[in-house]
Design a protein around this ligand. Structure first.
Ligand code: TRP
Ligand code: ZN
Length: 879
C-alpha cells in the first residue's frame, strides 16, 4: 500500500521533461501472480530539457528484474531502482535504447490501477498514473511515444489478447501458449496505453467513415452477457456518425474495441482504440436496465469515443489541464445526447446534476478551480468541477462568442493542435482568434473557484415605458482564494408580456439585444424601452451561466413563467424556484415551531403541469420532481438540520397527494395500457412520468394507493417500471416494502448490476433503521463488496444521497463511513478517497452534527498508514 505523502505538485513548476521516449516496445507475458514485462524504449534528451541531467523514471510498487542500455546490462553503480523510481546517473548524450524488465502481480493488485485482474480477465487502467505500475517510465502526459505491444498468455486462460492500435501478428506458441502483437501508429502518452487478456465473448459490427474507410467494431464482455451489448454497439455507431457530422472528427484506426469489465474504479476509459468500461455502462436489456441506464450508456459510450480527438489526438500537457479533455468531452457528449433525445430534458438533467454535485463541491472545503494550480494527488481531481463545470464553461463560451465563432474556433483547435500535448491557454487562444475577442476575463472561469452569485432587481416605470434591471455579481472566498475578480457572465434573457408574447429587447439607445446580456463588472444597469405595461423577466435561460441566481420575481411571476416562458429550461426552473422557496420556508417553520406556509400556488402550478403532461411527458416528469433534500440543504447553505428538511419535504408531498388526488389518478390512468415495451425516448418519457406521478400519488401513505404501487411492481415488464415502483414502496415502512425487496432479490439476486440497484434503494431509505440495514447488507454473504460498484451502490448511496441517515444527529452515520473508508483504503485508495468526499458539506451542518462530522474526519486523518488519496481528502476537508 502507498503510504507516502508526496509533496504538492504546482502548475507554476511545470518544466519540459529532460528525456523523451520515441518508441515503446512492450513484451508482456501474462501470468496471474508473476507477469513479466520487458519494455524496450528509444530514449533521447529533450531539446529543451536540462542537458546531461540524470534520467528519472516513475515507478509504483515495481520490482526491477534487469536493465540494459543499448543492449548492455547497466552496472549497479550506474543506476538506482526502488519500487517507485528508476534513476540512471549519467545517460549517454544522444539517442539510446533502454531495456527494462519488471515483474508484477496482477492478482494482488486491488488498487485497480496498472495491470490487474477482474473476474479472471487481465486488464489495465493507466490514467492518470497507472502505467508506472507496469514498467518504469516518464509517466506524464507530455511524453508521446509510438507503442507496439506483444502479449503472450495461456491460450486456455486468455484466448483473447487485445492492445492499442491494429493487430499486426498473432500465433500459437509451445506449451499451450499464444501471442498477439498490436501496433498503434499514433504517438500517445502512457495514460492511454491498454491491454486486455481473457476468455471473453464478443459482438462484431462495422462502420464506414465519411471518407469511405471500413472500421471493425468489437464489444467484448463476459460470456453469457454478450446479449446485453447490442445497445452499446448501436450507440457507438451513432456517436461515430455524429462526431463526423457535428465536429468533423473521423476515426483513425482500422478497429475500435470496447471491453466491459466488472471491477473498475470509474465509469470508463478512453485508451486508444481499446476503451475499457465499467460493465454497468455497457450492459443493458429492458429487463435488466432502466431507461436512465440506457441514457447513461449512450452518453458514456459517446464520451469515451469522442476522447479519440479531444483527449487522444490532442492530449494534455500536464494534469492541471485535465479539463482540456474532460470538460470539452463532457460538453460534446451532452450535445450528442441532446441531439439524440430531448434537448430541453437533457439540459434540465445536466443542470440538476451540476447543482447537486458541482455546486455542492464548490461551496465546501474541496472547492477548486476548473483548472487547479496545485494538487497533492491527481486522482482526487476527477471531479464534478473539472468535468461538469468544465463543460459549462465551454457552453458559456459558445454563448459569449456565438455559435459561428465557436465552430470556427473548434475547427482551429482540432487542426492546429492535432498531435500536441496542449494547454487551456492553447485552447482559449483558438476562440480568441476565431472571434476576434479578448478572452482574458473569460479565462477567470478556469482560474477562480466558487459559484458566482448573481442578484437581479427589476423596476418598471409605466410613464417612461422602461423596464430596468439592476444586476450585481459576487464571488465569495474559497480555499486558497480569499478575493476574486468579477467574471464574464452571459445571461440569456427575454421579456414576456402579459399576453405571453415575447417582447423585443430594445435599449435606451434604440439598439436591439439579441437575447443575451453579458456581465463583466460587479454591477450593471440595463434599461429596456417600449414597456408601457410590466413584462415578466425570464433570465439565465437555458442556464446560460453556471451561477446562483436570486431575482425579485414574485410567486405569480414564477407561475406565469412556468406556463408561458418560451424557454423550457426556465419553465422548469420557475417551478423549482417556487418549490425551493416554499420548502425553505417550511423547513424554517418546522425548526421554529411556527405554522408551515400555505402552498397553494405551487400546488396549482403542479396541477397545471399535470393537466398538460401528455404533451411532453418527459418534461412533465422533470417539472413534477421536487427539489431533493440535498438541494434544499445546499440552498440553505448553513445551519442545516436534515430532519427539518425531510419533514418539510414530506409535508409538501403529502399535500400534493391530497390536493391533486384527482389529477394524479387521471394521469396514472392515462399512462396505463401502453402496449408492449419499447425503449424509444417517447415511451421512456411516459415511463418516467408514470413513476413520478405514482410516487406523488402514494405520498400520503394511503393504503389503497400503496396497493397500486405493489400491483405495478408485480406487473412490470421492464426494469424502469419495476424499479420505479420499488423506489416508491421503499419510502413506506412495513411488510409490503420488505416483501417487495425480497421478491426483487429473488428475481434478480444472481445479477450483480441489478443487486446494485437493490442495495442503493435500501441505502437511501430516510428512516432511523437504515444504518443497521446497511450494515447487515454489508455482512450478507454472497455479495462481493470488494467490487467498487457494490461498495458505491450501498455505502456511496448511503453517504451521498441519504441526508437524514448519513447525517444522523448521533453521528453514527459519520462513524460508519469513516470506518468503511479506512477499511477500503487498505485495498483501493481511489475508491476510499471518493467515498470520503461525502463529507464535503460537513461545515454547512448545524453545530451538533458539525462537531460529530469533524471528529469522524479527524479520526480518519489520524489513522496510521493512510494512502495519499485519502490523506489528501481528509486534510483538505478539515483545513
Ligand atoms: N478519462 C476517464 C474518462 O473518460 C476517467 C477515468 C477512467 C479515470 N478511469 C480512471 C480517471 C481511473 C482516474 C482513474 O473520463
Ligand atoms: Zn472523459
Amino acid at each position: 500500500m502507498r503510504s507516502d505523502q508526496a509533496k504538492p505538485v504546482k502548475l507554476a513548476d511545470y518544466r519540459v521533461p529532460d528525456y523523451r521516449v520515441l518508441t515503446v516496445d512492450l513484451d508482456v507475458a501474462l501470468h496471474p501472480t508473476a507477469t513479466r514485462v520487458v519494455a524496450t524504449l528509444t530514449v533521447e534528451p529533450h531539446p529543451q530539457g536540462a542537458a546531461g541531467a540524470p534520467l528519472v523514471f516513475d515507478g509504483d510498487e515495481l520490482v526491477l528484474v534487469s536493465l540494459a542500455l543499448d543492449g548492455r546490462p547497466l552496472a549497479p553503480e550506474a543506476h538506482e531502482a526502488t519500487p517507485d523510481r528508476l534513476l540512471i546517473h549519467r545517460p549517454p548524450p544522444g539517442r539510446f535504447v533502454l531495456t527494462i524488465e519488471t515483474r508484477i502481480d496482477p492478482q494482488a493488485n486491488t488498487q485497480l490501477m496498472g495491470l490487474y485482474r477482474s473476474s479472471g480477465t487481465w486488464c489495465t487502467q493507466c490514467e492518470a498514473e497507472g502505467f508506472r505500475r507496469i514498467t518504469y517510465f516518464p509517466d506524464r502526459p507530455d511524453v508521446l511515444a509510438v507503442y507496439t505491444t506483444r502479449i503472450e498468455a495461456d491460450k486456455a486462460a486468455a484466448p483473447v489478447l487485445l492492445g492499442n492500435g491494429n493487430l499486426v501478428a498473432s500465433g500459437d506458441l509451445e506449451g499451450g501458449r499464444h501471442f498477439a502483437v498490436w501496433h498503434d501508429p499514433h504517438p500517445k502518452p502512457s495514460y492511454l496505453f491498454a491491454l486486455v487478456g481473457g476468455d471473453l465473448a464478443v459482438i462484431a459490427d462495422e462502420f464506414v467513415t465519411r471518407s469511405g474507410r471500413t472500421v471493425a467494431l468489437r464489444i467484448y464482455s463476459e460470456h453469457g452477457k454478450e446479449n446485453r451489448t447490442a445497445y452499446a454497439m448501436d450507440a457507438l455507431k451513432r456517436a461515430m456518425r455524429w462526431d463526423e457530422e457535428v465536429f468533423g472528427c473521423e476515426y483513425d484506426l482500422d478497429i475500435f474495441m470496447i471491453v466491459a469489465v466488472s471491477d473498475f474504479n470509474m465509469g470508463a476509459m478512453e485508451n486508444k482504440g481499446l476503451n475499457i468500461f465499467n460493465d454497468k455502462y455497457v450492459l443493458a436489456l429492458p429487463d435488466t436496465a432502466t431507461d436512465q441506464d440506457y441514457a447513461h450508456i449512450e452518453a458514456i459510450i459517446a464520451h469515451e469515443y469522442f476522447h479519440n480527438w479531444t483527449g487522444n489526438r490532442i492530449t494534455c500537457r500536464d494534469w492541471f489541464q485535465l479539463c482540456l479533455k474532460e470538460g470539452l468531452t463532457v460538453f460534446r457528449d451532452q450535445e450528442f445526447s441532446s441531439d439524440m433525445r430531448s434537448r430541453a430534458v437533457k439540459r434540465i438533467a445536466d443542470v440538476r446534476l451540476l447543482k447537486a454535485q458541482q455546486f455542492a463541491e464548490d461551496a465546501g472545503p474541496l472547492a477548486h478551480p476548473v483548472r487547479p494550480e496545485i494538487y497533492n494527488e491527481i486522482n482526487n481531481f476527477y471531479t464534478a468541477t473539472v468535468y461538469e463545470k468544465g463543460a459549462e464553461v465551454i457552453r458559456l463560451l459558445k454563448v459569449l462568442i456565438g455559435a459561428e465563432a465557436f465552430r470556427i474556433g473548434m475547427d482551429l483547435y482540432l487542426s492546429r493542435h492535432d498531435g500536441d500535448a496542449a494547454t487551456i491557454e492553447d485552447f482559449v487562444a483558438c476562440f480568441a482568434e476565431a472571434s476576434g475577442r479578448d478572452l482574458g476575463q473569460f479565462f477567470l472561469w478556469y482560474r477562480q473557484s466558487g459559484t458566482p452569485e448573481v442578484g437581479v432587481e427589476t423596476r418598471h416605470d409605466p410613464k417612461a415605458g422602461t423596464f430596468t434591471l439592476d444586476i450585481r455579481q459576487q464571488l465569495g472566498p474559497t480555499p486558497g482564494q480569499p478575493s476574486k475578480e468579477p467574471m464574464a457572465i452571459p445571461l440569456a434573457l427575454g421579456l414576456i408580456g402579459p399576453d405571453g408574447a415575447e417582447r423585443p429587447l430594445l435599449t435606451e439607445e434604440g439598439q436591439s439585444v439579441a437575447g443575451v446580456i453579458a456581465l463583466s463588472a460587479g454591477r450593471h444597469r440595463f434599461v429596456f424601452t417600449g414597456h408601457p405595461t410590466r413584462p415578466v423577466l425570464s433570465i439565465n435561460r437555458g442556464f446560460s451561466a453556471p451561477v446562483r441566481l436570486t431575482t425579485d420575481l414574485t410567486e405569480s411571476d414564477l407561475i406565469f413563467l412556468s406556463r408561458h416562458d418560451s424557454d423550457p429550461y426556465n419553465r422548469w426552473q420557475s417551478i423549482q424556484t417556487l418549490a425551493t422557496r416554499q420548502l425553505i420556508a417550511a423547513t424554517t417553520a418546522s425548526r421554529t415551531g411556527a405554522a408551515a406556509p400555505a402552498g397553494r400556488p405551487l400546488i396549482d402550478a403542479l396541477g397545471a403541469v399535470l393537466a398538460d403532461s401528455q404533451r411532453d411527458p418527459a418534461f412533465a416528469a422533470q417539472a413534477l420532481s421536487l427539489p431533493s433534500e440535498a438541494d434544499i440543504a445546499r440552498e440553505l447553505g448553513q445551519e442545516v438540520d436534515p430532519d427539518a428538511i425531510q419533514a418539510a419535504r414530506l409535508g409538501l408531498r403529502r399535500d400534493i397527494a391530497d390536493h391533486l388526488a384527482d389529477a394524479l389518478a387521471a394521469s396514472l390512468a392515462a399512462l396505463e395500457n401502453r402496449g408492449p415495451f419499447s425503449p424509444d425516448a417517447a415511451s421512456a418519457g411516459r415511463r418516467a412520468l408514470a413513476n413520478v406521478v405514482l410516487d406523488l400519488w402514494t405520498a400520503n401513505g394511503a393504503d389503497e394507493r400503496i396497493g397500486l404501487a405493489e400491483r405495478r411492481f408485480a406487473a412490470a415488464d421492464n426494469m424502469t417500471d419495476r424499479l420505479g415502483a420499488l423506489a416508491t414502496l421503499a419510502q413506506h415502512a412495513g411488510p409490503r416494502r420488505e416483501a417487495a425487496f425480497a421478491a426483487f432479490y429473488e428475481r434478480h439476486g444472481a445479477d450483480e448490476l441489478i443487486i446494485d440497484k437493490w442495495l442503493a434503494l435500501q441505502a437511501g431509505i430516510g428512516e432511523a433503521g437504515t444504518l443497521e440495514r446497511v450494515k447487515a447488507l454489508m455482512a450478507r454473504p454472497g455479495i462481493n463488496f470488494a467490487n467498487p460498484n457494490r461498495l458505491r451502490a450501498l455505502v456511496g448511496s448511503f453517504a451521498m444521497i441519504n441526508q437524514t441517515q448519513f447525517n444522523r444527529a448521533d453521528g453514527l452515520g459519520y462513524d460508519f463511513l469513516a470506518e468503511v473508508v479506512l477499511d477500503v483504503d487498505a485495498r483501493n485508495s481511489q475508491v476510499a478517497a471518493r467515498l470520503l468526499s461525502a463529507f464535503r458539506s460537513w461545515r454547512a451542518m448545524e453545530p451538533g452534527r458539525r462537531a460529530l462530522a469533524q471528529a469522524a474526519l479527524q479520526r480518519v486523518a489520524a489513522a496510521p498508514r493512510l494512502s495519499a488519496d485519502v490523506r489528501d481528502i481528509a486534510d483538505r476537508s478539515l483545513a
